[in-house]
Ligand binder design. Structure first.
Ligand code: ADP
Length: 257
């Protein structure tokens, strides 16, 4: 795989107590730099802005108000980028920030402009760090202004840059036949070739009795990848060094192919 998109969730970047997980971020920066030095073109889609913002402001709970969440995203986004900037520079890796809006889905010209930016950065060996522009994109439900979530954003970014592989890091080992946090006998799917009723049900959709968690949005992202004949791997980001093994083709987590 030459172009790789890596998506990290808040659970990988922020400790449950709200503190930034510097160790995980450091590992991530080390690994992604390694991939670039290995000749890969790497894009990072990073969540965590609101979480970092909450830490900076001293909030322990996510506020209900959307403008307050936007303000926290604005505070946290620059905080998050400065952590990335600092850690990546330790390894001599340059980064660039890309904040996208739904425009890239609506307008071919916006999509082309975004692609041009990605292409220049990637050709220069720079890692673009992508997030949604929360200042102008509001309301999780309103799909006219919002991507929905960073899982789907990462699949959309993969399709814009025509990535061969999307690596999605979460707080769980992969996609199971039911939520492993509720059912200790849950079994890991090693390979999924299509997102059918069984898969949707395991993720907690379609009249299932299982909890929803965050699997539904991950399956939607996988679906987008499969439609474009591209691969996605869902794996545990607790130790981001796992990316080295995943890219080598080791069967860890769930491979959607
Ligand atoms: P992230 O913040 O990394 O994006 P989420 O919390 O959104 O992660 O999604 C991962 C969570 O989805 C898991 O921790 C688990 O509780 C839940 N989940 C629900 N159903 C499943 C399933 N079938 N397989 C794996 N995880 C599941």
């Amino acid at each position: 795989a030459k172009r790789i998109v890596v998506k990290v969730g808040t659970s990988t970047l922020i400790h449950p107590n709200g503190k930034v997980n510097f160790h995980a971020i450091d590992q991530l920066c080390y690994v992604l730099t390694g991939l670039v030095n290995d000749g890969k073109q790497v894009v990072l889609v990073s969540s965590g802005a609101i979480g970092v913002g909450m830490g900076q402001v001293g909030l322990h709970e996510r506020p209900e108000s959307i403008p307050a969440q936007q303000a926290l995203a604005a505070i946290g986004q620059s905080g998050l980028m400065s952590v990335y900037q600092q850690r990546f520079s330790l390894y001599g890796q340059r980064i660039g920030q890309i904040l996208l809006t739904h425009d890239v889905l609506e307008y071919p010209l916006s999509r082309q402009n975004a692609l041009n930016t990605f292409n220049s950065l990637l050709e220069w060996g720079v890692i673009p760090i992508v997030n949604e522009n929360d200042t102008v994109a509001v309301d999780e439900m309103d799909h006219h202004t919002k991507f929905g979530d960073n899982d789907q954003l990462s699949a959309i970014v993969s399709s814009i840059v025509d990535a061969d592989l999307l690596v999605m890091l979460s707080d769980i080992d992969g996609f199971f036949d039911k939520n492993p946090r509720k059912y200790s006998d849950a079994k890991l799917f090693e390979r999924i070739t299509k997102i059918d009723e069984t898969a949707l049900e395991a993720a907690g959709g379609k009249g299932s009795k299982f909890g929803t968690g965050g699997m539904m949005t991950k399956l939607k992202a996988a679906q987008r990848m499969l439609e474009n004949d591209k691969m996605m791997i869902l794996a545990n980001g607790q130790d981001p060094a796992i990316i080295f093994d995943l890219v080598k083709g080791e069967p860890l987590g769930t491979l959607f192919v």
